[in-house]
Design a protein around this ligand. Sequence first.
Ligand code: FES
Length: 149
Amino acid sequence: MSDMNRRDFVQSLPVLSTRLALGVATGPLVALSACGGMPYLAPRGPRERLVVDAAEVPATGALLQRPGLEFPVFLRQGEQGGYTGLLLRCTHQGCQPDPVGDRFICPCHGSEFDWEGAVLQGPAERPLARYLVTREGKDLVLTLQGEGR
Ligand code: FES
């Protein structure tokens, strides 16, 4: 168990019991836990098209994660009202950057990214993959763009 990382643990959870425990099958999204003060939400839909209730997303942002998603997705509303969706898979060698203060820091080789996914410090040279975020009624729909697909 000590060799199991967060991703392995999440992927090992039985999908049905997790959905029932979270209330995903019957009700609104529920925070799983928090990482760096940022809550986790369980989105609906396939990896390429994630759906969350806009009312469930705190102003400070949330990490979308559930069994079947290899990496969490950062979702946050900007000052202009638009939303940013970022796949938290480092563009250097594929580790998962963690939220630390005002940025994401990759634990593998130290790359840093800002809240928009831009590289602040290498060795990563490319920004984090983005999701297009659109509004459909009360829902936010995230569609994975570009090379993150
Ligand atoms: Fe992220 Fe190398 S995998 S810095």
